[in-house]
Design a protein around this ligand. Structure first.
Ligand code: ATP
Ligand code: MG
Length: 396
C-alpha cells in the first residue's frame, strides 16, 4: 500500500505574494528536517504539502512526527494513496477496501465511526456526501459490528479526492505559527531556566529566525550547565530549525561587578550588561530585536521598575512574550514543547551565583549609572566578551 504524508498549512493569515513566500519557506524547512531520512519527493497543491517516500527505508512515521513540529503546519496525517481508476465504482471500491483496513486496525478500542470526505477534484462524479455514504456503506458491509455516529464517532475515516484519492484515520495537530524565515531575526537571551526557552519558542513560532546568547561563569557554573543550555537549544531547533548559540564567558564581568558595585544593585547591573552584550551580538548578526523570558513581578529583577532600567540599557526593541503569563502557564507551554524536563535539571545559572540578600526592587536609573561608573573598563570587557563568545551551531 502506498503511504504518503499530507501536511496541511493554515491559509488564514496569508495574502497575495506572501502566500508564495510562505509556501516556499515551508517546503524548504520541511526539507531541512527530513535530510537524513532517505529518499522522498515533495510537492504541493491546494494548501497541502505531499511527502511521498521513494525508498523502503524512509521512516514515514518519524517524518510525520518531525513535520508536525515545523512552524506553519496546521495538521499532519499519514494517508494511504489510491490512484483513481477509469470506473468511479472501482475507485470507490479501492477506497472502501483501504478504509476497512484502517478501521480494522483501530477496532479493538472503537465501536462507532463516520466518514468525512473532501472533494478537491470537482470533476469526480460523486459529491462529498455521496462518497461518504458509499464508503460508509462499504465499511458497514464488511464490519457489521460497527455503527455510524456522525456527531461523536470513535473513528473518523477521512477521504480526500484530489489528483489521487487519500484515506486516513489519524490527524495530528501541527505546531501552527508561520514558517521560520518569513519574519526576520531576533536574539534570545537563553538561560537554563524554564522561561527563556518558552519565550524563544513563542517568537520563533511567528516565523522569526532565532539566535541565542548564553552567559556562563566558569568555574562558578559547571560544564554541565552549558550542556543543558545546548540541549534546550536543540529541543527548540526541532521547531525552528538551526539555532546559532553564542556562549559568552561572563566570569570576569561578574567578578568586577561584585567587587566594584553596591550589593543591592548587583543583579540589575549584571542584567543590563547582559543586555548590552546580547545587543552587540544581535547587531553583528543582523537581528532586529532581543528576546527575554521575563515576566512582570516574578523576581526582584523583574518588577516594573527593574524592567524599565533593564530596557534602558539597550536601544534594540526587547520582546518579552511571557511578560503577562503566570509561572504555571509558562510551565504548561514548556511541557508541551518538551523543554520542561531539561529546564528543571538542577545546575547553577550565572544569575544565581552572586545573589544580593536585599536586591533593589524600585531601582533608579541614576543610581545604576552612578554604580556602573565604577566599572571603568566595562566597554573593553563587553567588547572582549563579544569577541570571545563561542559559537555553537545547534540542530539540523
Ligand atoms: P529563566 O527561566 O529563563 O531562567 P528566570 O525566571 O530564571 O528565567 P532570570 O534568571 O531573572 O529569570 O532571568 C531573566 C531572563 O534573563 C531570562 O529569561 C533570560 O532571558 C535572561 N537570562 C538570565 N540568565 C541568563 C544567562 N545565564 N544567559 C542568558 N540569558 C539569561
Ligand atoms: Mg534563570
Amino acid at each position: 500500500m502506498n503511504k504518503i504524508i499530507l501536511a496541511k498549512y493554515g491559509e488564514l493569515a496569508l495574502k497575495g505574494n506572501n502566500k508564495r513566500q510562505f509556501e516556499d519557506k515551508l517546503m524548504s524547512n520541511i526539507r531541512g528536517k527530513l535530510k537524513d531520512l532517505g529518499e522522498y519527493s515533495l510537492s504541493r497543491a491546494q494548501s497541502t504539502i505531499y511527502v511521498e517516500p521513494k525508498s523502503d527505508t524512509f521512516d514515514i512515521d518519524e517524518a510525520s512526527e518531525r513535520i508536525r513540529k515545523v512552524f506553519g503546519m496546521s495538521a499532519v496525517s499519514v494517508a494511504s494513496k489510491v490512484d483513481k481508476l477509469p470506473e468511479t465504482k472501482d475507485t470507490l471500491d479501492e477506497i472502501g477496501k483501504i478504509a476497512v483496513e484502517c478501521v480494522r486496525k483501530m477496532m479493538l478500542r472503537h465501536k462507532t465511526f463516520k466518514v468525512e470526505t473532501r472533494r478537491e477534484d470537482k470533476h469526480f462524479p460523486l459529491k462529498s456526501p455521496q462518497i461518504s455514504a458509499e464508503i460508509g456503506g462499504y465499511i458497514l458491509e464488511n464490519i457489521p459490528e460497527l455503527t455510524v455516529d456522525v456527531h461523536n464517532p470513535d473513528i473518523t475515516v477521512n477521504v480526500e479526492i484530489r489528483g489521487s484519492a487519500y484515506v486516513y484515520t489519524e490527524r495530528f495537530a501541527g505546531a501552527g505559527g508561520m514558517p521560520t524565515g518569513t519574519n526576520g531575526k531576533a536574539t534570545l537571551l537563553l538561560s537554563g531556566g524554564i522561561d527563556s526557552p518558552v519565550a524563544g519558542y513563542m517568537i520563533a513560532k511567528r516565523g522569526v529566525v532565532v539566535n541565542a546568547v548564553h552567559f556562563y561563569s566558569y568555574p562558578y557554573t559547571s560544564e554541565r550547565a552549558k550542556d543543558k543550555v545546548i540541549a534546550l537549544a536543540k529541543i527548540m531547533s526541532e521547531y525552528c530549525g538551526r539555532i546559532n548559540l553564542y556562549v559568552v564567558p561572563f566570569t570576569d564581568i561578574q567578578l568586577a561587578i561584585n567587587k566594584h558595585c553596591p550589593q543591592e544593585l548587583l543583579t540589575l547591573i549584571m542584567r543590563r550588561i547582559m543586555m548590552r552584550i546580547a545587543e552587540q551580538i544581535a547587531r553583528n548578526t543582523y537581528s532586529h530585536a532581543l528576546i527575554t523570558g521575563e515576566s512582570i513581578g516574578q523576581v526582584a529583577s523583574q518588577t516594573m521598575e527593574s524592567l524599565v532600567v533593564t530596557d534602558n540599557a539597550v536601544s534594540l526593541p526587547v520582546f518579552r512574550p511571557v511578560i503577562g503569563m503566570d509561572k504555571e502557564e509558562i510551565v504548561q507551554v514548556a511541557k508541551k514543547i518538551g523543554t520542561f524536563e531539561t529546564s528543571i535539571l538542577p545546575y547553577e545559572d550565572c544569575c544565581t551565583v552572586f545573589v544580593p540578600k536585599h536586591p533593589k526592587t524600585k531601582p533608579q536609573l541614576e543610581s545604576l549609572h552612578k554604580a556602573e561608573a565604577n566599572l571603568t573598563d566595562i566597554e573593553e570587557m563587553i567588547a572582549k566578551a563579544v569577541e570571545d563568545a563561542e559559537i555553537i551551531k545547534v540542530g539540523e
